[in-house]
Design a protein around this ligand. Structure first.
Ligand code: DHE
Length: 505
C-alpha cells in the first residue's frame, strides 16, 4: 500500500553531470544556493516532494528532521538506508554536494508550507469505497487478546496472537509511526498516526488498509472518540487540530489553533476523554488546554487558560483532572477540567514523561507514577491530595511505564544512559524495585505491554536485530523471544479498548 516502486531516475550520467557542475561551485554556506535547490529537485524531489513535504519518502523539513542529527542525514544521503528505497548518492555526488543537500533540508523553506482543506482532501485514499470487505476475521484467534507491535526499524507492524504469542501477520506502515495506535471500540479497526501526518485505518479482520489521509505535515498524535465515531489529529505543522469521520477518514473540520490575539501554537497532544465524551488537547506555545466536543458534526472548542505551557499530560481515571508537565521540565500542574483552575503544583524536577504515567490502588487510595526523562527517578503521587509520596531512584532516566490491574508489578525502563539495557520491576505495594532485568546487554530494553489477563507481558529489545520478549508476569521468567526489527510500542486490544489501568491512552 505504501511502498510504491521507486523509479530508477538516479542515473549515473545525470548525477555525474550535476556533481561535476557542483564541484566548481563555491563553498556551501548556511543559505542554500539555487544550485542546491536544483540538485534537490533533480535528485530528491521525486520521492520527498517538490516542496519537501514528503511522498514515498519522508518529509524533509526542519520540523520533521528534528530527531535526526545533520551528520546522520549526510551519511544517509551518501550511503542510503538499508532495507528502504533510499539509494546511496556517495558514488555519484561529491561530499560537498552531499553536505550542501543536508544543509538545504535543514533550512526552513522560503514560504511556510500549507496543509489545509485542499491538501487534506487531495491526500484521502479509500481502497474499498463500497465497504465490501467480509465481516469475519480471516484467521482464528481471541480477537480481544491480539497485540500490535510497531517495528520502527523498517516501518512495519506485526499482529501477534496474544494466547499463543505467535505472529499472525506483518505489514508495512507509513514512515515513522509515533504514539500509540488507537482501536475502534469493538477492536476491529486500528488507526495509526505517523510523524509526517498520515493517519491509516487498518481492518484487523481482513488485514487490509481501508482508509488513509494526511492530516498535517508534522503530527504529534491522534485520538479516537469514545463512541468510535471521530478521529482527531494534533499537529505541530501546521498549527491545527483536524477532525475526521472515523468510518472513512473523511475530513470534517480543521481547527486553527490560536488565541484571541491571533498567536498560533503547536499542539502537544490530543486524547479522548471517554466519560466527558470529548477530546482534550494541550498547547505547546500558548498557555491553554482545550476541550473539544463534536455537536451536529461540528467541533466546538472550550478553552481553558493554564498557568503555564503544557507539554506531556495525563488524566485521573475519572477525567476530572489533567496532570500536565510544564514546559520548563520542573513542575507538574494539576488542572480541574471543569473549572480550568490549577488545583495543585507538583515538584517533578526531571522532566516527567506523564504520557506514560500509570495508576493503581495503594493502601486504599489511587496513586499515579511517572518516569522522568532527565533524572533516574520514578515519582509516585497520591491522587487524593497530590502529594509526592515517593521518589524511587532508578538506574537512569526512563521513558515508559506499564502495569495491569491483575499484576502486582509495575515495569519501568532505563531508556537513557549507560544502563539503557536494564528494566526495573517495582512492587506496587512496597513501592520498591524488586528485580532489575538486563535481557540483552548493550541493547535498549524498553516498553512493556501486558496481555488482556495480566498474566504475560511483552518487552521490546529496541534494536534492528531486536526481539519482543515474552515474560511470565508473576514469576518474571522469560518464556520466549520473537525476533523483530527495532520493535517500539506494543498494544493489546483488550487493554486499550477498556482503558486498562496500567496501560497508556
Ligand atoms: Fe513519543 C507516545 C511525545 C520521542 C516512542 N510520545 C507519545 C505520546 C506523546 C509523545 C505526546 C502520546 C501519544 C499517543 O500515544 O497518543 N515522544 C514525544 C515527545 O515529545 C518526544 C520526547 C520527542 C519527539 O520528538 O516527539 C518523543 N517517542 C519519542 C521517541 O524518541 C520514541 C522512543 C521513538 C519514536 O518512535 O519516535 C517514542 N512515543 C513513543 C511510543 C509511544 C509514544 C512507542 C506510545 C507509548 C504507548 O505505550 O502508548
Amino acid at each position: 500500500m505504501i511502498q510504491a516502486i521507486l523509479p530508477n531516475r538516479h542515473t549515473l550520467t545525470s548525477s555525474l553531470l550535476l556533481a561535476a557542475s557542483l564541484l566548481g561551485a563555491p563553498a556551501w554556506g548556511a543559505a542554500p544556493s539555487a544550485q542546491t535547490e536544483t540538485l534537490y529537485q533533480q535528485e530528491c524531489a521525486s520521492c520527498h516532494g517538490v516542496n519537501r513535504l514528503g511522498g514515498i519518502g519522508p518529509a524533509l523539513l526542519p520540523e520533521n528532521l528534528s530527531r535526526l542529527r545533520k551528520s546522520e542525514a549526510e551519511s544517509v544521503i551518501a550511503s542510503g538506508r538499508p532495507a528502504t528505497q533510499m539509494p546511496a548518492f556517495g558514488d555519484t555526488l561529491s561530499q560537498q554536494s552531499v553536505t550542501a543537500l543536508a544543509n538545504f533540508i535543514y533550512q526552513p523553506p522560503e514560504t511556510t508550507p500549507v496543509w489545509g482543506k485542499q491538501e487534506i482532501l487531495g491526500s484521502h485514499l479509500l481502497p474499498y469505497p463500497d465497504g465490501s470487505l467480509p465481516e469475519e476475521p480471516v484467521y482464528e484467534a481471541d480477537l480481544m487478546n491480539l497485540f500490535l507491535v510497531v517495528e520502527i526499524g523498517d516501518h512495519h507492524v506485526t499482529l501477534l496472537d496474544g494466547d499463543r504469542m505467535e505472529p499472525i501477520h506483518r505489514f508495512p506502515s507509513r514512515y515513522a509511526l509515533h504514539g500509540g495506535p488507537k482501536y475502534s471500540p469493538d477492536g476491529r479497526y486500528v488507526y495509526f498516526g505517523s510523524r509526517d501526518g498520515w493517519i491509516t485505518k487498518y481492518d484487523l479482520y481482513n488485514l487490509k488498509v481501508v482508509a488513509e489521509v494526511r492530516a498535517g505535515i508534522n503530527m504529534r498524535n491522534i485520538a479516537v472518540s469514545a463512541d468510535g465515531n471521530h478521529v482527531m489529529a494534533a499537529n505541530y505543522l501546521p498549527h491545527t487540530l483536524v477532525l475526521f469521520d472515523a468510518s472513512n477518514l473523511e475530513l470534517m473540520n480543521i481547527i486553527p489553533v490560536e488565541n484571541d490575539a491571533g498567536d498560533s501554537s503547536r499542539v502537544s497532544a490530543v486524547y479522548a476523554a471517554p466519560p466527558r465524551d470529548s477530546f482534550i488537547a494541550a498547547l505547546k506555545d500558548i498557555p491553554e488546554a482545550w476541550e473539544i466536543t463534536v455537536q451536529d458534526d461540528k467541533a466546538r472548542v472550550r478553552r481553558m487558560q493554564t498557568d503555564t505551557w503544557l507539554d506531556d499530560f495525563f488524566f485521573d481515571p475519572g477525567y476530572e483532572h489533567v496532570i500536565g508537565a510544564a514546559r520548563d521540565g520542573k513542575h507538574g500542574y494539576v488542572i480541574n477540567l471543569d473549572t480550568g483552575d490549577t488545583v495543585a503544583e507538583l515538584p517533578l524536577p526531571g522532566m516527567p514523561h506523564l504520557g506514560s504515567g500509570i495508576t493503581w490502588e495503594y493502601q486504599g487510595k489511587r496513586v499515579m507514577a511517572t518516569p522522568h526523562f532527565r533524572t533516574g527517578a520514578v515519582s509516585i503521587i497520591d491522587m487524593d491530595n497530590w502529594d509526592v509520596i515517593k521518589t524511587l531512584e532508578t538506574e537512569g532516566p526512563g521513558f515508559f511505564m506499564r502495569s495491569h490491574e491483575n499484576s502486582p508489578y509495575a515495569w519501568v525502563d532505563v531508556f537513557f544512559g549507560p544502563n539503557k539495557d536494564k528494566v526495573h520491576v517495582i512492587d506496587k505495594q512496597s513501592l520498591e524495585i524488586v528485580k532489575t532485568l538486563q535481557p540483552a546487554p548493550g541493547k535498549v530494553a524498553a516498553h512493556v505491554e501486558f496481555d488482556r489477563y495480566g498474566e504475560k507481558l511483552l518487552l521490546s529489545v529496541w534494536d534492528k536485530d531486536g526481539a519482543v520478549i515474552v515474560y511470565d508476569a508473576d514469576t518474571l521468567e522469560e518464556e520466549k523471544r520473537i525476533p523483530m526489527n527495532k520493535p517500539s510500542g506494543k498494544y493489546n486490544v483488550w487493554n486499550k479498548i477498556n482503558y486498562e489501568e496500567g496501560t497508556s491512552h
